[in-house]
Every structure is written in structure tokens, then in C-alpha cells.
Design a binder for this molecule. Sequence first.
Ligand code: NDP
Length: 297
Amino acid sequence: MTADIIDGKAFAANLRAKVAAMVPAFREKAGRAPGLAVVLVGEDPASQVYVRNKHKTTVEAGMESFEHRLPADTTQDALTALVEQLNADPAVDGILVQLPLPKQIDESAVLATIDPDKDVDGFHVVNVGRLSTGMHGYVPCTPLGCVMLLKDRLGDLSGKDAVVIGRSNIVGKPMAQLLLAENCTVTVAHSRTAHLPEVVRRADIVVAAVGRPEMVKADWIKPGATVIDVGINRVPGAEPGKTKLVGDVDFAEAVEVAGAITPVPGGVGPMTIAVLLRNTLVAAHRLADVPYDEKAI
Ligand code: NDP
């Protein structure tokens, strides 16, 4: 058996196009474009690439992009003051503070300063609480993107056995909450889970969000299962001095057993920015009091 490849790149392009198609109507009703503010502190190279991509895709979708780049030695107070200024700015619908932050900054204190109604990353405890109690809020982009891919592939997820490997606040925990909301039977595995391969073998849906290159092997996967690989790991490439990206799943092996699988790159990765734009569009409608069908995208 060879798994179907879930094309996250194409799905994300389609999602971005749907968002872009809805921007003109919003502009007309609200008299302005949806606005996303991204704050980058320091010079982490990966973060710089992410922020550049976010700016580019935001502009391409017809939205306003506000970039704030602060030096690595920025103080907590200075960053808090900027977030408060963005909270009060009516042109800004979504605020994203790029993580990780430099050591002198208390990350959770900064996230707590963001207005929950502009928290398009869904990391504020108010939105975490809304997600876990089934209220409207903002859901972290990567796990929401994973659920979109799963529903596109499988339709109704009710009654499926899902195993999420990883319990971070950014991916694992919100992923588990979303799958629970879709009526899956959810197991959350982590570094202390006993007999992990056996646990994973029970799953109709496997979501790997670990950060360990190619950890999940073919014999961990139930034949026909749907495998979502969130991992992004840079490892040495075939040629000396070159690197390549791999996921948390041993793709070459797993593709022979799974029913469907996301590749790395080109699977979950492109979904994150597309969902960020979608969340910003939703925030803009809510803040400007423009009616919006939340099921539209
Ligand atoms: P974290 O490091 O915050 O969390 C990793 C999780 O994996 C932890 O819960 C940890 O368990 C668990 N874990 C570690 N080792 C093992 C093991 N041997 N067996 C079982 N579980 C283990 O990572 P993130 O959640 O932030 O990210 C996970 C991966 O997803 C990374 O590769 C990251 O780059 C990628 N990522 C991709 C995104 C995208 O856009 N596609 C966005 C965000 C992340 P414990 O809690 O016990 O320590």
C-alpha cells in the first residue's frame, strides 16, 4: 500500500485565495483593510524568515501588514508598551509576537498583554480557555491547519481514535482539544509515555508534533491510518555541507503503511500562515462588527 500524499501546499494556497477573495467586501463595509501586526524581537534567523513570509502573504491577501522589529536587548517594559499601543490601534485586528523571545523577556507575560480579541495566534490564556470550553475564540494556527487537512481528507472525524504525540501549548495541547471537539477519542502522548509505538498503533489519526527527526517508524502506524507530521527538523543532507528538512515521521517508511500522510516540507508547514490570515480576517470582521459566516472558511 502506498499512502495518498496530503498536499498542504495546495490546500494552503487555496485557503489564502479564499481569504483574499473576502477582503474586498470587508474593505467596502468597514472602510479599511484587515490589519495584522507582527512583532519581531532580535535577530533569530528562522524567525526573520517567518516574519518576512508573513508580511509577504499578508500583503498578497490585500491586508495591511504592520511590522515592528525591535533590537535583541529590548526590555519587557518596551515590548509591553508596544503591545498595548497595538491593542489600542483601530487599524490593527491581529497581533502576533514572534516566538521565541530573548531570555530577558517573560514570554507568558507578553502573551497575556495581547488583547484576546486580537490574539490571532490563540496563545492567550483566555483563548486557551475558550477553546477548551467550546467557546468562540482564536485557535492556534498550526493545529487548526492540521484539523482542516484532516477534515478535507476524512470528512467527519467522529469516533476516530486519534493519538497526538507532543503536548506543547503551541501544537500538542490545542491539537488534542480540537480533535476532542471533532468527537475523536484522543490520546496525548509525550516524552514519558510508556510503550509509545503500541499507543500510536491504535490510532486512526496520528499527529506527530515532537521535534525529533523521523522518530515515528512504519511499524508504529496502523495500516491505512492518516498521519499528520507537524515536525520541522533540519538534518544533514546527502551532499556534504548541505542540510534538508525532515518531519517527525520516517516518511519513506510510513508512506508504505499509512492511508494518507503529509510530507515535510509541503504538508502542515504552509498551513500555518494561511490559517493566520484566516484568523486575522475573522478578527477584523468581529472587531469592525461586520457580519461573517464563520463556516465560510
Ligand atoms: P516542543 O519542544 O514544545 O514540544 C515537543 C513535545 O514532544 C513535548 O510535549 C515533548 O514531551 C514531546 N516529546 C519529546 N521527545 C519525545 C519522545 N521521545 N517521545 C514522545 N514525545 C516526546 O515542540 P513544539 O510542539 O513547539 O513543536 C513540535 C515540532 O513541530 C517541532 O519540530 C517544530 O519545529 C514543529 N512545528 C511546526 C510548525 C509548523 O508550522 N509546521 C509550527 C510549530 C511547531 P514532554 O512534554 O514530556 O517534554
